[in-house]
Design a protein around this ligand. Structure first.
Ligand code: GLN
Length: 198
């Protein structure tokens, strides 16, 4: 188990559901900080980039001078992107919008199509089960979710949807999930991220 009480985790609070991530982290006893400016990264052990709208998050990150500081922060610290955050962390989305490019993954936005704007699925995530000493599947919530279409270099697949499409990837201390663990009561993905930030 991670000693979460000594950690301080930031949540990028430019747009999207950052408040839900903060509530989840506080529930786990972690000290949190909202990150809106480069100096807010000082003293953090890790950072979560929430779901929302990746184009808006990217534009605001450029406007607040956060792009380079976030890339630099990622050289030494864990970063987890959920949904729009996963898009923002990736290297390639086949269109032009600001990206951190920290993870060697390709992502397709809104890839599940209109009919299934939102859906839920049970995922088998062996690493998360092992890290948290649990056996049951992870119930994931998808909202206008992206798909990770390819995982390259040092990145690897962490979880796939029942139809085989990749929905979570890890590259060292970087984590990308196309679903929203902050919108559930299951804290296991947050615990797993804390183990990467430790
Ligand atoms: N569709 C959004 C995007 O492309 C992501 C949706 C979400 O974060 N729930 O940025």
């Amino acid at each position: 188990m991670v000693d979460s009480l000594t950690m301080k985790i930031g949540v990028l609070a430019l747009q999207g559901d950052f408040a839900e991530h903060i509530a989840m982290l506080q529930h786990l006893g972690v000290e949190t900080a909202e990150v809106r400016l480069p100096e807010h990264l000082n003293g953090l052990d890790g950072l979560i980039i929430p779901g929302g709208e990746s184009t808006t998050i990217g534009k605001l990150a450029v406007a607040y001078g956060l792009m380079e500081p976030l890339k630099k922060f990622g050289q030494r610290h864990a970063i987890w992107g959920t949904c729009a955050g996963a898009i923002f962390l990736s290297k390639d989305i086949s269109r032009d919008q600001p990206l951190l490019g920290l993870m060697d993954i390709k992502v397709e936005r809104n890839a599940f199509g209109r009919q299934v704007d939102s859906f839920e699925a049970d995922l088998d995530v062996p690493e998360v089960k092992q890290a948290t000493g649990t056996k049951h599947d992870y119930h994931a919530v998808f909202i206008r979710a992206p798909i990770i279409t390819s995982v390259q270099g040092a990145a690897r697949v962490l979880a796939s949807a029942p139809d085989g499409r990749i929905v979570a990837a890890q590259q060292g201390h970087f984590l990308a999930t196309s679903f929203h663990p902050e919108l559930t009561n299951d804290t296991r993905f947050h615990e797993y991220f804390l183990s990467l930030a430790d």
